[in-house]
Write a protein that binds this ligand. Structure first.
Ligand SMILES: [Zn+2]
Length: 301
């Protein structure tokens, strides 16, 4: 666990293809002050529109998580949020010059490399966790997400697809920054060729290629280099879960079991936690932090 909040040591600028629009999209990750939280900005609008990363601004659509305010939205926020949750970045202004974040290679790798490249900057405000104290379970017709009290963030994911390259896959991880980087950050999203063809025909998808995802036909993986790990599919589900859980606006302390879950079910779980005020408390709680001169640095950042 981190005692203090962090932002980035420097601004990061990234650019990549938006698969919905087919256009190049710029993203700026700008350091922000303590207690600012994560805020996403539609920087292409005049005036720009800011959307705080919070459960009430999130919207799950098939295959993507969206942050929206009125008619303005940003699609595919989950892999960036996963990188920020995995690397414990608390305060950031995310300026996006378009309606979607680039998918890059379909994983969180580009974000993670960029963040590790500039490093984080500690801020002298306490980091507050949402510490679950009672079990919460949400279900849909396919699967469930169960959250139970725990000292860290422990994930367990199961997926099942009737496809020869996927089948049933299970993955468990006690999350740390190191394990996030080495076990999850590289796992790419996946899509079925038939679905992509239909989306292309309908005009919903103007970009996208084997560079942005694992693509499967009815029998096999079509990417010439194959998979990064045999269980890359379920690892990507765990990556999505790490990102979607950060929609809480604060890090979560819980054991999270997700079986055949979707972005929609992840968001149901996030909203259920947020609304069940009896089931969690802030940790450390402000009243229980003893004043310690050792925690008062000479220079405020
Ligand atoms: Zn994903």
């Amino acid at each position: 666990m981190e005692l203090f909040q962090h932002t980035l040591a420097q601004k990061i600028t990234l650019e990549g293809e938006g698969v919905l629009s087919g256009e190049r999209i710029r993203v700026e990750l700008c350091p922000a002050p303590p207690n600012h939280g994560l805020v996403i900005e539609r920087a292409d609008l005049n005036p720009p529109v800011r959307i705080p990363v919070r459960p009430e601004n999130a919207l799950a659509v098939p295959g993507a998580m969206v942050l929206a305010r009125g008619p303005y939205r940003v699609v595919y926020v989950e892999h960036l949020l996963a990188a920020l949750n995995g690397l414990a970045v608390d305060n950031l202004l995310i300026r996006v010059f378009g309606e979607e974040l680039p998918l890059f290679d379909g994983s969180a790798k580009n974000y993670v490399e960029a963040i590790l490249g500039v490093g984080r900057r500690p801020q002298w405000s306490l980091r507050r966790y949402i510490r679950l104290e009672e079990e919460i379970v949400v279900r849909d017709e396919k699967g469930f997400v169960a959250l139970r009290p725990a000292e860290g963030l422990h994930l367990s994911c199961v997926i099942e697809f009737p496809h020869p390259a996927i089948g049933r896959q299970e993955f468990r991880l006690d999350l740390s920054q190191e394990r996030f980087v080495s076990e999850l950050s590289f796992a790419r999203t996946f899509a079925f060729l038939d679905d992509l063809v239909a989306l292309r025909k309908s005009g919903a998808l103007r970009g996208g290629s084997l560079e942005n995802a694992i693509v499967l036909d009815q029998h096999r993986v079509l990417n010439p280099d194959g998979l990064r790990t045999p269980d890359e599919f379920v690892r990507h589900k765990a990556l999505d879960l790490v990102g979607d859980l950060y929609l809480l606006g604060a890090p979560l302390l819980a054991e999270v079991e997700a079986q055949k879950a979707s972005h929609r079910l992840h968001l149901d779980a996030v909203k259920a936690v947020w609304e069940a005020v009896y089931a969690w408390r802030w940790y450390p709680s402000p009243a229980k932090v003893p004043f310690s001169p050792a925690l008062q640095p000479a220079m405020a950042v």
